[in-house]
Design a protein. Structure first.
Lengths: 352, 91
């Protein structure tokens, strides 16, 4: 077994790997000085990463080995010249069969059907009837969450901060806002179906209609593919947070609550990961091994992930550059011996 | 046309197949076109969605900031160089 984490930070990426999930080797940086904003792996095993720079823009790169040679995509996601939109960051890459999707800032969705070399806009979402009313949140106008129904790849969901969740049932041709049951945060007078601030999405691997949503205004669940949402945050110290992760074997959920949108810090200076083993009905705080005080580091939306092994490994990085590992489904944690730049994303890849 | 040496900063060298290249061109504008013709993946890093040099990308022609020029149709002579730098302000 080989577990590889690609940890993207504000100043490069790091590859952290282990054959037993006990002894970890930290290598890198890759893309030194670049933001590494997300990573993914396609069905052929090729790795993809998104890089960004405030100076040099953003691009997608591919490699067979994350510590090997990376090659920039010949045509990374780009908006048309003089179209009035900027490509600021690749927020999420999701591979599904022949298609790979990238969610970006300024908000939009792109698709590649050639393994990630050439990317084309998903016009049905990018030119949605409500597009003119989309407004950025504190983290920008970013399309950061992408779900694909494993039994029907024509069913897609995309989450956009300060806009909401959209679903397509026709492979991305058309999209409908899906936010019923979520309190609006930024009401638009012409488009009442937008103005909802989704922070993260995960879906059940056995029933794509069961979706969990970390939203700006709390933790929610849908059992009908997003048509309706209900609040599920019993046991959470706060409904506010960014990442949400799931162990696909047991459908155990993980979240990283923070104290309110105003403060955006761990409550009382205690870094906290919460877990739900009953599909979000109840949450419990999982603090064993985490700092007990003076810990004011956050966990960004892409910075927590599971490895889907048994028992489940859970990994997260913080805004202070710490990386924490649990190999017992969140029951206990240990920090790795590193202080990286601000951690933007953590993704796990298992071989063998 | 004359051959011009191009120097790239460290971040672009990582994604641009090295920190130096040479292009054949008659003018600065022509050299910029030649750079992205030889290394197409540099285009999105050097130029924004309007087609202009990115706001914080500086290009120096023999030590002169090309932003100070009226236009980029400046003739090149053999031995000229273009140096790209990241505009950095503050500490």
């Amino acid at each position: 077994m080989n577990v590889r984490l690609i940890v993207g930070t504000a100043k490069g990426g790091f590859v952290i790997h282990s054959s037993d999930r006990q002894d970890w080797k930290i290598e890198g940086p890759i893309f030194k000085g670049w933001k590494v904003t997300t990573s993914a792996r396609d069905r052929d095993g090729t790795f993809l990463v998104g890089t960004a720079s405030d100076v040099y823009g953003s691009a997608i790169h591919r490699a067979n080995d994350p510590l090997g040679e990376w090659k920039q995509a010949n045509q990374s996601p780009q908006y048309p010249r003089d179209g009035g939109r900027k490509m600021n960051q690749i927020w999420r890459i999701v591979a599904n069969g022949d298609s790979i999707y990238a969610g970006v800032d300024e908000a939009g969705l792109f698709r590649s059907t050639d393994g990630g070399d050439i990317w084309s806009p998903v016009a049905g979402l990018n030119e949605h009837a409500t597009r003119g009313a989309w407004c950025p949140g504190a983290g920008g106008l970013c399309a950061h969450s992408i779900l694909i129904d494993p039994t029907n790849p024509k069913r897609l969901w995309c989450g956009i901060s300060a806009v909401g969740v959209f679903r397509s049932d026709d492979g991305g041709e058309s999209w409908q806002a899906k936010n019923d049951g979520i309190p609006v945060i930024l009401e638009d007078k012409d488009h009442p179906d937008i103005g909802y601030c989704v922070h993260g999405l995960v879906a059940s691997p056995t029933d794509a209609n069961r979706i969990y949503r970390q939203d700006h205004v709390g933790m929610f669940r849908s059992t009908d593919g997003g048509d309706h949402w209900e609040r599920n945050e019993e046991g959470l110290p706060s409904g506010f947070g960014f990442p949400i992760a799931m162990d696909s074997q047991t459908e155990t959920l993980f979240a990283a609550p923070q104290e309110s949108d105003e403060y955006r810090l761990p409550k009382e200076g205690r870094l906290c990961i919460c877990r739900s083993t009953d599909r979000g009905n109840r949450w419990e705080e999982m603090r064993d091994g985490l700092p007990t005080c003076h810990s004011y580091e956050g966990v960004l939306r892409g910075a927590m992930v599971t490895d889907h092994l048994d028992p489940c490994g859970v990994y997260f990085g913080t805004t202070s550059g710490s990386v924490y590992v649990s190999v017992d489904c969140g029951a206990s944690w240990k920090s790795l011996p590193c202080r990286l730049p601000r951690v933007l994303c953590v993704d796990a890849y298992v071989d063998g | 046309m004359v051959t011009v040496d191009i120097q790239l900063p460290g971040l672009l060298a990582q994604v641009g197949q090295g920190d130096t290249l040479t292009v054949d061109a008659n003018t600065i504008s022509g050299a910029l076109d030649a750079i992205v013709e030889i290394r197409p993946t540099l285009a999105l890093h050097l130029f924004d969605e309007s087609g202009a040099l990115r706001e914080h990308v500086l290009c120096f022609h023999n030590g002169t900031n090309t932003r100070w020029l009226d236009d980029l149709d400046v003739p090149l002579v053999s031995g000229d160089s273009l140096l790209f730098m990241q505009a950095v302000s503050g500490g």
